[in-house]
Design a protein around this ligand. Structure first.
Ligand SMILES: [Zn+2]
Length: 345
């Protein structure tokens, strides 16, 4: 087992791209361990082996960071599913599992906080207190169990993101703060996404950017602008879906007959691993520092992204060798490829 290098997130970013990997909630939902709808990570307590395994798969695929699965493990959401009493145990266990697997390689552990659905700009003072209390309790347990930095993600409101940033900074930890981008140009409290990233960076966020909602095609144009505006580290974590200008987010994707596919019929819109590898290369060329993936992400994408960034990772041992395929491989005679008939012909 390799010993951890002891290099923190900022040190790693200084020397090159950090590869992130998320999408735990969607992947574990697909595997039957999380309920779609509430999306509370009950798997942390109910099936820790399932979560441990997914962490390990991301680690083998080259992820530099094990993100503790505390997304939606806050008081508000646990109340919704009647598990408020499990709040502390769930948060602690999530960080413990991330640490356990991170130490099987040289990965960092990130604590994770997110949009709470409690923030209300019309009732800013009172709702901010509620949000702050949720972040403080989650992160106090995370710090206690051991984390290297904190990711505050999927922030619909800049106001809520700033509360997260403040709480992280009070703990003296590096902060990565990323915004959701469900609307065309602005956060839910009316800040242009690029301006909002700049404000977060100016307020002391070490890494800023966007995560979730948009696929690479519609997220990268915003990130190009963020890169130009922000001198510090920039993060991008899109969803691996084929969003386009007419349907810029995965929430807005529709089939040809107009049926909404979010969140559990998204498969027809999945990107291929090659498309995600291309995105990773483009992001690197643009000077993005933290390159990752969000909901819909899986180890096959992360490995392809790692290899696109020039890395050989543990799972590369089993990377494709299609030339050895018995039906379409290089040694198969053209006449033997009859199964590749044009079915329309
Ligand atoms: Zn996501």
């Amino acid at each position: 087992m390799p010993a951890r290098s002891g290099r923190g997130i900022l040190e790693r970013l200084k020397s090159g791209v950090v590869l992130g990997a998320e999408g735990y909630v969607f992947e574990l939902e697909r595997r039957g361990y999380i309920k779609a709808g509430p999306y509370v990570p009950e798997v942390v307590l109910d099936f820790p082996d399932a979560l441990r395994e997914l962490h390990r798969e991301f680690l083998r695929a080259g992820a530099d960071v094990m993100v503790a699965l505390t997304y939606y493990a806050h008081r508000g959401k646990l109340k919704d599913v009647g598990r408020e009493n499990d709040l502390e145990a769930m948060n602690r266990q999530a960080v413990r599992l991330a640490n356990e697997v991170a130490r099987e390689g040289d990965a960092l552990v990130a604590g994770d906080i997110c949009n709470t659905w409690a923030y209300d700009p019309k009732n800013k003072e009172a709702s901010s207190r509620v949000v702050r209390a949720m972040y403080e309790e989650q992160l106090s347990w995370a710090v206690d169990e051991g984390i290297d930095f904190v990711i505050a993600e999927t922030n619909d409101y800049l106001g809520e993101a700033l509360i997260a940033l403040q709480v992280i900074k009070e703990l003296g930890l590096p902060a990565m703060v990323t915004l959701a981008s469900t609307r065309p140009h602005q956060t839910w409290d009316g800040y242009d996404y690029v301006d909002a990233c700049k404000i977060l960076a100016d307020q002391g966020a070490d890494i800023v950017g966007l995560n979730c909602d948009r696929g690479p095609a519609t997220m990268m144009p915003i990130l190009e602008q963020v890169r130009r505006r922000v001198s510090g580290y920039v993060a991008v974590q899109p969803v691996p879906y084929k969003t386009e200008p007419a349907m810029p987010t995965f929430e807005s994707l529709k089939t040809a007959d107009g049926t909404n596919v979010f969140p559990i019929a998204l498969e027809p819109f999945l990107c291929t691993r090659f498309e995600m590898a291309d995105y990773a290369r483009r992001a690197q060329a643009l000077g993005i520092n933290y390159i990752g993936i969000c909901c819909g992400g899986g180890p096959q994408y992360v490995r392809a992204m790692a290899e696109a960034l020039g890395r050989t990772v543990p799972a590369s041992r089993y990377s494709p060798a299609i030339e050895l395929h018995p039906m379409i491989g290089a040694k198969v005679e053209e006449k033997e490829k009859e199964f590749l008939v044009d079915w329309k012909g």
